[in-house]
Design a protein around this ligand. Structure first.
Ligand code: MRU
Length: 341
């Protein structure tokens, strides 16, 4: 797959518009941090690592806009830009991690050096490249869990489109196939935004990786019938007691547990937030129209009936077989031992 986001030679942020996939492969270009923030909010770009990089690039655009200001005004404006970006989506750690990482550079100089904005642009580009490297390592580590002929179930899209490139949950699949194993994927459609049907299916098909789409309610039966060997999902945030990921992940984990099927979570360390517990995390609630209407087009709920639209759910550690990071594969206990300071 082509990168989902990049910094252009003209100092613009270029991204695939994921709202129009799979019907059209279109690109958006922004030179204003407010527009980048909006693109995160309306999910032109989505997926925890990808929105982290978008956030960093949005901050870089703001430094260009404000570079002529004196230190005090510059900092005020940048604080506002950081808040606009932070307010876009509440659940994925990467968004906050990325803004904080750029912020450290911004405040590290007593006076703004004339090249501060170049330094921030450079950092955002480094973060994009790091994301690809991290994903490749997740792929290598996760591929060792897959054997020839395995069928892997995934939920939502934690692939190339959810990152800069290569993906997290789909990285082990890609790496195992690159190593010559015969692996296929079953993708949950992932109501209401249909990231599985629209995006996971699109990118795997694009790369000639065998994929079948199922309705979200089918995975339990397929596990019972012995048609799924492993589950690999991505995550938006890992706390010291649970994994937050796309709504529906918890039910997949329960079904996997009941059917003794390994349930793995692919998590770059930028997603780890192990100083937190479940109660510290805000689960995003999106507009009910996403549930009421299929992709904003066909209304499926009667007029006058309310809907609930929680975007993520919580899978407790007891249901997680292993967490695949860029450093290795860890049980939840091992993960805490390795990364919790
Ligand atoms: O609402 P989305 O599409 O941003 O949700 C994405 C997911 O839940 C992914 O599984 C998660 O961000 C990991 S992406 C590598």
């Amino acid at each position: 797959m082509i990168p989902s986001i990049e910094w252009t030679a003209e100092n613009k942020v270029k991204m695939i518009d994921q709202t129009v996939l799979p019907h059209k492969l279109e690109f958006l270009e922004f030179d204003d941090f407010r527009a980048v923030a909006n693109s995160i909010k309306v999910m032109n770009i989505r997926g925890a690592p990808a929105i982290g990089v978008a956030a960093a690039m949005g901050m870089a655009l703001a430094t260009i806009e404000y570079k002529e200001l004196g230190k005090e005004n510059f900092l005020k404006k940048m604080e506002n830009a950081a808040n606009v970006i932070r307010m876009t989506r509440p659940t994925a750690s990467n968004l906050f991690w990325a803004v904080d990482r750029v912020w450290k550079i911004i405040v590290s100089f007593p006076d703004n050096p004339s090249n501060l904005s170049e330094l921030v642009i450079e950092e955002a580009k480094i973060m994009a490249q790091e994301d690809i490297n991290v994903n490749k390592n997740i792929g290598k580590n996760g591929a060792s869990l897959l054997k020839d002929g395995d069928v892997v179930l995934t939920h939502c899209n934690a692939g190339s489109l959810a990152t800069v490139q290569y993906g997290t949950a789909l990285a082990p699949v890609r790496a195992a196939i690159e190593a010559g194993k015969n692996i296929s994927v079953i993708a949950d459609e992932t109501r209401p935004r249909l990231q599985g049907a629209r995006l996971t299916a699109y990118e795997l098909h694009y790369d000639n990786i065998p994929v079948k789409v199922i309705s979200d309610t089918s995975s339990g039966l397929l596990m019972k019938l012995g048609k799924i060997d492993k589950v690999i999902v991505g995550t938006d945030r890992v706390t010291s007691d649970a994994v937050f990921n796309k709504i529906g992940t918890y039910l997949v984990a329960l079904a996997a547990y009941d059917n003794k099927i390994p349930f793995y979570v692919a998590a770059p360390t930028s997603t780890l937030s192990l100083h937190e517990t479940i109660k510290d995390v805000t689960i995003e609630q999106r507009d009910c129209s996403e549930v009421r209407n299929i992709l904003g087009k066909v209304q499926i709920v009667p007029d006058g009936v309310e809907c609930l639209n929680y975007a993520f759910d919580i899978t407790p550690f007891r249901l997680v077989t292993g967490v695949i990071t860029e450093d290795g594969v860890f049980t939840p206990e091992e993960l805490l031992k390795k990364y919790k300071a």
